[in-house]
Design a binder for this molecule. Structure first.
Ligand SMILES: O=C(CO)COP(=O)(O)O
Length: 248
């Protein structure tokens, strides 16, 4: 807890159209432009400008992904400079769906982190174990491997918010219990203390993601090492405002 400002990210994934987004913007502008919590939403790339130009300036806007170079023959991708050109300052990197649907590896995600930071974006790198890895007792081994690939590419940790999203909890209605999430977050801070430094271990915000909703957010938010959430499905609904207010 301490000085780490609570942070709520809304990852819209590949959802929405202008009409649906208008409704989301209306409830965000009314209820999410708060001082007690940092709020950032991540629309699909084609809507970054649409959302940024309509949303209250207190609410941040993030891309869901970007590539590791400035420009060129990379059909279908976007660069950090393009995100900034749309007045957005955040990017999610290494989301579980990028890793497991699109086959992104630790090395690529690390390179993306380095380049996005170099270009002046703030990043939300994501890590998480699969169910079979947890059941095989490999949770920390997997998470620490993913963490190292990210940490080796970060110089300025003040531009980083880490998201722990167990793959088995994403879009499944199976949330990690507050105790399970707290345990992982504590282990991640220990890893950061040993492999980066004590300052980063203390100050880095670590979000939990995976089936967070209006009903379970308050219990999760009570845990001292959970500094907020990365919310998928529930970020498209008015319930998101309850999540924004999970810890005041
Ligand atoms: O992947 C997530 C956020 O990035 C979590 O998604 P859900 O909240 O839909 O489980």
């Amino acid at each position: 807890m301490g000085d780490r400002k609570f942070f709520i990210g809304g990852n819209w994934k590949m959802n929405g159209n202008k009409k649906a987004i208008d409704d989301i913007i209306a409830f965000l502008n009314e209820g999410a432009a708060v001082d007690h919590t940092e709020v950032v939403v991540a629309p699909p790339a084609v809507y970054l400008d649409y959302v940024r130009s309509r949303l209250n300036a207190k609410i941040g806007v993030s891309a869901q992904n970007c590539y590791k170079v400035a420009s060129g023959a990379f059909t279908g991708d976007i660069s950090p400079a393009m995100i900034k050109d749309n007045n957005c300052s955040w990017v999610i990197l290494g989301h579980s769906e990028r890793r497991h649907v699109f086959g992104e590896c630790d090395k690529l995600i690390g390179e993306k982190c380095a380049f996005a930071l170099q270009e002046g974006l703030k990043i939300i790198p994501c890590i998480g174990e699969k169910l079979e890895e947890r059941e095989a007792g490999k949770t920390n081994e997997v998470l620490f491997r993913q963490m190292k690939a990210i940490a080796d590419n970060v110089k300025d940790w003040s531009s980083v918010v880490l998201a722990y999203e167990p793959v088995w909890a994403i879009g499944t209605n199976k949330t990690a219990s507050p105790e399970q999430a707290q345990e992982v977050h504590t282990d991640l801070r220990k890893w950061l203390a040993q492999n980066v430094n004590a300052e980063v271990a203390k100050n880095l915000r670590i979000l939990y993601g995976g089936s967070v909703n209006a009903g379970n957010c308050k219990e999760l938010a009570k845990k001292p090492d959970i500094d907020g959430f990365l919310v998928g499905g529930a970020s498209l609904k008015k319930d998101f405002i309850t999540i924004v207010n999970a810890r005041q």
